[in-house]
Design a protein around this ligand. Structure first.
Ligand code: ADP
Length: 254
């Protein structure tokens, strides 16, 4: 009995020490480290377009007798990089401003608010050869921050367009229950693996860097979306869409 008790005690204390050591080793990211990561990521993002721009300008400088066609190709590629950097810096400024605390200004809206936004998306979808449908199922009024929710919807809609092929289907549904407003966006595009689902809300995270960069993404959209939803006291989740694609579910308290 004594031996069995001792072995049992040894196992329990071994288990407890493994558990405790794991727990105490869990990395805690300080505000300083978070800021450092952010600056490192931002600098890294700017380095590539700056290097491309430098190469292009050097080419122009070294080959002053190049054909007009070659020169204008160089200039238009350089301009594309400059545009990219302007977009990135304005995104970064927005995020930095928002880090000081996102101000939520609630006002009452009815279904017309969503329908107007979706009418614009229908036009955008048509221009990019996607099929867009929407449904707004609630009566009366709800209280929300009009500018923030519009920005959130735009991030989700833009992504659905960016990460799908032409002729794909995109749907946004808005439903209200007694306590909450649920916004569900679905697309039958490329989909997101389970491992990536855990990371897509992190700043600068992109599933496929090369493809996203080509589509003008910096990996900031969904982190901004999450920031907006959290500030509004809500939740955002991502799931697979059946049979294919991605579904984002936003629940807001109204
Ligand atoms: P970006 O601005 O680069 O698109 P996001 O933060 O909005 O960055 O998204 C992060 C990553 O999540 C994207 O790079 C993309 O790979 C993936 N993603 C986002 N939305 C979708 C979607 N609807 N379908 C497939 N992948 C998506």
């Amino acid at each position: 009995i004594i031996l069995t008790t001792m072995i049992a005690f040894w196992f329990i204390s071994l288990g407890a020490s493994i558990y405790l050591s794991k727990w105490s080793m869990k990395p805690v990211i300080s505000a300083y480290e978070k800021q450092k990561n952010f600056v490192e990521n931002a600098s890294h993002e700017l380095r590539t377009p700056l290097a491309i721009l430098q190469n292009r300008l050097e080419l122009l400088f070294q080959k002053p007798n190049a054909t007009i066609i070659d020169q204008s190709e160089n200039i238009s590629q350089s301009l594309a990089e400059v545009r990219n950097m302007r977009l990135l810096t304005s995104n970064l400024l927005n995020l930095a401003k928002r880090d000081d605390g996102l101000k939520v200004e609630l006002s009452e809206v009815d279904k017309k608010y969503f329908e107007t936004i979706f009418d614009n998306y229908a036009l955008l979808a048509e221009n990019s050869n996607r099929q867009f449908t929407s449904s707004v199922q609630f009566f009366g009024k709800v209280k929300l921050d009009q500018a923030l929710i519009k920005q959130l919807l735009t991030i989700l809609f833009d992504n659905a367009v960016k990460y799908s092929d032409t002729d794909s289907q995109i749907n946004i549904k808005v439903e209200k229950s007694s306590q909450s407003l649920t916004i569900t966006t679905t697309d039958n595009g490329f989909g997101i693996s389970d491992a990536d689902k855990k990371k897509i809300f992190d700043r600068f995270y992109r599933v496929d860097k090369a493809r996203t960069r080509q589509k003008g993404g910096f990996g900031l959209g969904l982190s901004l979306a999450k920031q907006i939803v959290t500030a509004c006291g809500g939740k955002i989740d991502v799931q697979d869409n059946q049979p294919k694609g991605t579904k984002f579910i936003v629940k807001l308290k109204v």
